[in-house]
Every structure is written in structure tokens, then in C-alpha cells.
Design a binder for this molecule. Structure first.
Ligand code: FAD
Length: 406
């Protein structure tokens, strides 16, 4: 038997996990190929620390190649077009064919989609924008700090709330909180609506405890850098001295232009197997769309991309071996909510629970912040640090009753 070829598109959280797990599970004669356009992988949860000036860029990124298991072939190229029927991919380095295809291209940031965003806002969802935010904080001498969600959907439902709490904390540390005001504007009716009213109220409580003014149901029409104002859909204007804003998101162009995408551009998948509409074509992570029983979409989060990548690797290994995979994606996920002062809250839950996701929120404490630092080291540290952090995280996770599979 000659070897088969699995091609993974995208070397972010989901793509890296999928490629490494496939390499571990498949016959050595089978090829695992990963196509990624960036030379370096950035750990996105750490962008919040970069934004607050608590990390330098080189501390939160690593060469993609260094995070791949031996035997995974890396194609450093841009994916230009995907033909899911033929399982053929056009890249800037030529055409690649696959016996099984995994699309893990994430969500693309589209700053130009809301007028004025590009000139007005610090985009803390990108490494350059987060670093620019840290520099802006250095010269900030007090005033109105605004965190804004410019459009829905966006990845990591907790990120704007963590950003506001971390900026508040940074102002306190620098002795400027008394001379400043922190506001958060979002089109959402509450923080993390998919997680239900209890979680929303808990996050609002965290904001209120720090005096952060929360403005839900505030869709943004445009930003006006000339007057340093944001304009809401109802015409209300709000001024700012420092504006950190979540940019609009969309599916990557290669996906939007393919038969894989729905009208909104995202890839619908079977929520258990992560299979797309075409045979032996899977998609995972932020590029997918999964509708929950309550009609809301599964959030775009690394924890889900990670778990789905393990499922996809098992599915493909099972399909190649002619047997079905034992377990599918179960909608279980967890997330930290950085609250500042070296603390974080922690939520874990089952998003496939019916009729609504069930979530357990642990109160803000130093131990959860330490868990997130450990996670960062487990993902992006040097190899010794990674092994130690993984062991600590898995042991800590078991004690706390959550699951960690790195
Ligand atoms: C500020 C911030 C904080 C976050 N915090 C958390 C958190 O605490 N917990 C959590 O679970 N999630 C968090 N997330 C979300 C998490 O990072 C994403 O959900 C996760 O990275 C999604 O994984 P993915 O593999 O689907 O996509 P990504 O990790 O985004 O990877 C997509 C990859 O595809 C590549 N790519 C895209 N288009 C092309 C192309 N045309 N050709 C070649 N390569 C291409 C990209 O370069 C990228 O490497 C956070 C995100 C941000 C921005």
C-alpha cells in the first residue's frame, strides 16, 4: 500500500494540533502536510498581556516549524483557492492534492469593514496593534479609555472584557486611574451572551467592581478619528483619548470563494465529526460555524479549535483504517477571564447541553491566573518549560475538575 496524504490548511491553534496528532496516529508512510503563510505562530490569548505591556512580542511567538512534530511537512505558502470536491488546493507554492483535507484557516480580521476603524483604533487582536496599544499606554497621561467591539462575530467572547479589566489594572498600577475613565461599548446585550444570563451578570459584576462603565446594545456605525469619537447606530457620539477596539472579522478569502462556505462565508460542519459537506473534508476552529440548540453559534475560541483538532485527527485515522472513531466533539470547553492584579476568573462548561449551555464559573483568584500563565508556557515555552508546564497544567486541571489535552 502506498501512503496517503492529509493536508492541513492553517497552522494556528487548530491546525498545529491536528497536524501533530495526525502524525502521531497515522502510518509513517502516510504524509501529513501543513500549509501556513506566516513563518511565526503567535499565541493569541497572550496578545492581551502584550497590549497591557506585560509581554514583549518575542515572548509570545515561535517559529511555526518549531511547534510541529517530526515528520510533518511544512509548506510555507498562501492558500489561494480550495476545491473540496477534488480535494485540491491552489497555493502560492503550487497545487497540493489530498486524500483527506482539514481546513483550519481561522477568522480573518477586516479592519476596513467599519468606517474609520483603521485610523482610529488600536487593534489588540493583532500583534502590531497590541504592541501599539502598549506604546500608547506608555505616553498616556489620563483621560477616557474606550474598549469597543466594532462588529459581530468575533473570536474569544471574553477578550474585550479582559481588555477593559487589564487596561483598568494598568492605569491603577501607573497611578492614573483617578484621572481616567474606562468605558466598554458592545452590540451584545450582555457579556458572552451564549453563556447565559448568570455568566453575563458575573462579568458585569467584575466590570462594576472596577468602576468600568458598560454600554451593551451599542452597535457602532463608524469611528471618527478627526474628532476622536465613535458614533453609535442611533447617532450617539462618545469621545475617547485611547481607543482599543475588536476589529470586524470575516472568513478567509479562500474559504469564502469555495463551495465549502455558507452565505456568511463560514464552513458549516457536523458538530460531532467536524466533517464538512464533502467526503473526507473536515473543518475546525474559527473558520467553522456550529449552531447550538438555543440557536446561538458556538463561540470562536482556541479551546474549541484544540478539542476539534483532536477529533478530526481521530476521524481521519479511523477512516484510513476502515473503523469509526470512538468519540466525537462534545462541546466541552473552558476559558480564563483575566481580571487584573494577577488574578483571573475561570469558566468551564458544556456548550452542547440542552436547552442552553451549562457553565460553571470559578471566582477571580490568583490560581486561575497562574493556570493561564502555565498554559502559555505549555504552548509556547522552550521545550523543557513546555514539558513542565504541561505536566503542571494537566495535574492542576484534574484537581480543579477540568480537562486539559495538550
Ligand atoms: C486577544 C485574543 C485573546 C484570546 N484569548 C483566548 C482564550 O483565552 N481562550 C481561547 O480559547 N481562545 C482565545 N482566543 C481565540 C483563539 O486564539 C482562536 O479562537 C484560535 O486561535 C482559533 O484557532 P484556529 O486554528 O481556528 O485559527 P488560528 O489560530 O487563527 O489559525 C489560523 C491560521 O491560518 C493561517 N492562514 C489564514 N489564512 C491563510 C491563507 N490564506 N494561507 C495560509 N495560511 C493562512 C493563519 O496565518 C493562522 O496561522 C483569543 C484570541 C484573541 C485575538
Amino acid at each position: 500500500m502506498t501512503g496517503r496524504s492529509v493536508v492541513v490548511l492553517g497552522g494556528g491553534v487548530g491546525g498545529l494540533v491536528a497536524a501533530n496528532e495526525l502524525r502521531r496516529r497515522l502510518d509513517p508512510r502516510d504524509r501529513v502536510v501543513l500549509v501556513e503563510r506566516e513563518a511565526r505562530h503567535v499565541l493569541q490569548p497572550s496578545l492581551l498581556w502584550l497590549m497591557a505591556g506585560r509581554r514583549r512580542r518575542e515572548q509570545i511567538e515561535r517559529p511555526v516549524r518549531s511547534l510541529l512534530a517530526r515528520g510533518v511537512e511544512l509548506v510555507a505558502a498562501e492558500v489561494r483557492a480550495i476545491d473540496p470536491l477534488a480535494r485540491q488546493i491552489e497555493t502560492s507554492a503550487g497545487v497540493v492534492s489530498a486524500d483527506a483535507l482539514v481546513v483550519a484557516l481561522g477568522a480573518e480580521l477586516a479592519p476596513e469593514a467599519v468606517a474609520g476603524y483603521r485610523d482610529a483604533a488600536l487593534n489588540f487582536f493583532s500583534p502590531d496593534g497590541a504592541a501599539a496599544c502598549a506604546r500608547a499606554l506608555e505616553s498616556f497621561r489620563g483621560g477616557r479609555v474606550v474598549v469597543a467591539v466594532s462588529a459581530l462575530p468575533y473570536k474569544c467572547p471574553a477578550a474585550p472584557y479582559e481588555a477593559a479589566l487589564l487596561l483598568d489594572d494598568e492605569l491603577r498600577r501607573r497611578g492614573m486611574r483617578g484621572a481616567s475613565q474606562v468605558d466598554l461599548f458592545t452590540p451584545e446585550p450582555q457579556p458572552m451572551p451564549v453563556a447565559g444570563p448568570v455568566m453575563g451578570a458575573a462579568v458585569v459584576g467584575l466590570l462594576e467592581a472596577k468602576g468600568i462603565r458598560f454600554h451593551p446594545r451599542s452597535p457602532i456605525e463608524c469611528f471618527e478619528p478627526a474628532t476622536a469619537e465613535l458614533v453609535l447606530a442611533d447617532g450617539t457620539r462618545a469621545g475617547y483619548d485611547l481607543l482599543a477596539a475588536v476589529p470586524p472579522h470575516r472568513a478567509p478569502a479562500a474559504v469564502r470563494g469555495s463551495d465549502l462556505a455558507n452565505e456568511a462565508g463560514w464552513i458549516p460542519v457536523d458538530r460531532t465529526t467536524m466533517q464538512a459537506a464533502h467526503e473526507r473534508v473536515y473543518a475546525l476552529g474559527d473558520v467553522t460555524t456550529i449552531t447550538l440548540t438555543n440557536g446561538k453559534p458556538l463561540p470562536k475560541a482556541g479551546a474549541f479549535a484544540h478539542a476539534q483538532a483532536l477529533v478530526v485527527a481521530r476521524e481521519i485515522a479511523g477512516a484510513f483504517a476502515g473503523r469509526s472513531a470512538p468519540t466525537g466533539f462534545d462541546g466541552v470547553g473552558f476559558c480564563w477571564v483575566e481580571t487584573g492584579a494577577g488574578r483571573a476568573a475561570f469558566a468551564a462548561g458544556n456548550f452542547f447541553a440542552e436547552p442552553d449551555p451549562t457553565l460553571d464559573l470559578r471566582q477571580s483568584a490568583r490560581v486561575w491566573h497562574a493556570g493561564k500563565v502555565l498554559f502559555e508556557r505549555a504552548w509556547i515555552g522552550n521545550s523543557v518549560e513546555r514539558r513542565l508546564a504541561r505536566a503542571g497544567l494537566i495535574a492542576g486541571g484534574r484537581l480543579a475538575g477540568f480537562r486539559v489535552t495538550l
